[in-house]
Design a protein around this ligand. Structure first.
Ligand SMILES: [Ca+2]
Ligand SMILES: [Ca+2]
Ligand SMILES: [Ca+2]
Length: 275
């Protein structure tokens, strides 16, 4: 008769991990500030603001003025481009889940398009530096970092006669060449917020104006921009909206050592009996 004893000691460390995924509080309403000014511009011979451009800027760089009044000029005024800024408010509502937010009017740009002569150099290009800042309003919170972007354009003071004394009054043309101010996003309290700028007045340039530009550039292009009527003020209105999606910023996994157990399973004895 023989006895075999087997004993075992098991040590178990019980480690619990928990991700502290507390759902953030959604911001349903925002304060916002949208600002913009002319960062630079050139006249028809390429002179910019630092090299003697004939374009006149206001001290706040939100108005550019150019052109010599001619016989048909209304009120003897030159042409101008005015940025209506800054625009702020506290009424921007977030879209999320099935909740539909709103769209608020922000910065606008007005072209007072006059019949001017070509005896001076006119505006040829412009660059706008725009910014937008958000501050949580409901519930209140700290201001978020301001986002900056550029908008660049070409401008064409188009002919207003056919060269034989007949009035044709072509609209003048702005073409956007670069714009990063259409959208952006940021994280706040475990939500991702996407904001978007749209506008009225800007769109694809088609028909005779597309043909005019193709002829000017000597190639068939597609242009996105703005047409403005002679003898009138035309405003492009920018609009802002914001939406939210739950998007927790990844946090370091939180390890919680809840307990370490020493389980001694001792004295497990088995007795074998051999025949
Ligand atoms: Ca004009
Ligand atoms: Ca014109
Ligand atoms: Ca074309």
């Amino acid at each position: 008769m023989r006895k075999n004893f087997t004993s075992a000691i098991l040590v178990a460390a019980l480690v619990f991990t928990a991700s502290l995924a507390s759902a953030g509080t959604i911001v349903t309403q925002w304060q916002y500030v949208n600002d913009a000014y002319f960062d630079n511009w050139t006249d028809q011979v390429g002179r910019d603001k630092d090299s003697g451009s004939t374009i006149v800027a206001s001290p706040d760089f939100r108005t550019l003025t150019w052109g010599a009044p001619g016989p048909r000029t209304l009120n003897n005024q030159p042409s101008s481009l005015v940025i209506n800024a800054p625009v702020s408010g506290a009424d921007l509502l977030t879209s999320y889940d099935m909740v539909v937010g709103n769209i608020v009017d922000v910065v606008s740009i007005t072209h007072s398009n006059n019949f001017i002569t070509n005896t001076t150099y006119n505006l040829a290009t412009g660059r706008v530096l725009a910014s937008v800042g958000f501050t949580p309003d409901m519930p209140a919170g700290p201001a978020q970092p301001i986002e900056y972007s550029y908008l660049e354009f070409l401008f064409f003071e188009t002919p207003n006669s056919d060269g034989q004394g007949n009035i044709i009054d072509m609209d003048d043309i702005f073409i956007l060449t670069a714009s990063s101010m259409t959208s952006g996003w940021f994280y706040y309290d475990e939500y991702r917020y996407d904001f978007q700028f749209t506008s009225t007045g800007l769109g694809l340039i088609e028909g005779e104006y597309d043909t005019y530009l193709d002829t000017l550039f000597g190639s068939d292009g597609v242009y996105y921009g703005w047409l403005t009527e002679e003898g009138n003020a035309t405003t492009a209105q920018f609009k802002l909206s914001i939406s939210a999606t739950p998007a927790p910023v990844p946090e370091p996994g939180t390890m919680m050592l809840l307990g370490m157990g020493l389980l001694a399973l001792g004295g497990v004895a088995r007795m074998h009996k051999k025949n």
